[in-house]
Design a protein around this ligand. Structure first.
Ligand code: SF4
Ligand code: SF4
Length: 250
């Protein structure tokens, strides 16, 4: 018995202390930086980008899959920093231009929702619908509940029934086969409720955007309140973005 207690004490506190201030390895590809507006580089990078995330002098975080092709091929024009808090509460905020610093992006990207925070500030239940994803986004969502990230300590949890949920968190590109299930899940959630789009697939279709197997009209009927860029979305991005949406970040 005492040995067990000793071993447990030896484990110490294993969770990331504060997901909103935690930093990642410098090699992590998080927030992009457009270093210069070079027409040739942009044209070539746009041609090779697998998701069409690069347009004239901008990058769309809702489409980017963070493959790093552009920064490897054109390092004088594109680079990625390790800042992971890229969640945004509007689709427009995901467009990055030259000179936009991470601090500026972060300040404008998420507008806390006072009405939602009033109801869900200390208890937020998420129902996940995997709408045709590759399962990596779902694995990272699962990881949010493990001992390392421990989302539950903030009262945020993934629940089994939409009847117990406050939000539907959608992963995957929204396939035709999952359209009915997604609609029914959303309708089963009691009001007030919100939609969260997790990953480039959910936000834009990602690498599947051109597929005829997609049916994304759900997003025309229901507006999302949070967009989480990534492929997959890092747990720290997910947790810190939710905390900011709920007005729980200092
Ligand atoms: S890192 Fe993003 S913008 Fe660059 S090539 Fe890959 S998907 Fe396109
Ligand atoms: S965004 Fe990337 S990791 Fe997430 S479901 Fe799509 S392909 Fe998979």
């Amino acid at each position: 018995m005492f040995d067990l207690i000793k071993a447990r004490l030896g484990h110490g506190y294993q969770a990331v202390k504060d997901p909103t201030t935690a930093t990642l390895d410098p090699a992590y590809q998080g927030f992009p930086q457009i270093l210069r507006e070079d027409a040739e580089d942009f044209a070539a990078a746009a041609k090779s980008c697998p998701t069409g995330a690069i347009a004239a002098y901008s990058m769309d975080l809702g489409k980017c899959i963070f493959c790093g092709l552009c920064s490897r091929n054109f390092p004088r024009t594109f680079s990625f920093a390790n800042e992971h808090q890229t969640g945004a509460s509007s689709r427009e905020a995901l467009i990055v231009h030259k000179g936009l610093s991470f601090q500026e992006y972060r300040e404008r990207a998420i507008a806390p929702s006072p009405s939602f925070a009033k109801i869900c500030k200390y208890s937020l239940a998420l129902r996940n619908v995997c709408a045709g994803g590759c399962n990596a986004c779902e694995l990272e969502l699962n990881a949010c509940n493990n001992v390392n990230f421990d989302m539950g300590r903030y009262g945020i949890e993934v629940v089994a029934s939409p009847r117990h949920a406050d939000a539907v968190i959608v992963t995957g590109p929204l396939t035709r086969n999952m359209a009915f299930a997604l609609e029914q899940t959303y309708r089963a959630i009691p009001e007030p409720k919100v939609v969260i789009l997790n990953g480039s697939c959910a936000i834009s279709g990602g690498i599947f955007a051109e597929s005829p197997a997609l049916e994304r009209s759900f997003l025309e009927r229901y507006a999302a309140c949070l967009y989480l860029p990534g492929c997959p979305v890092h747990p720290l991005n997910l947790i810190s973005s939710l905390m900011r949406l709920l007005g729980r970040c200092k």
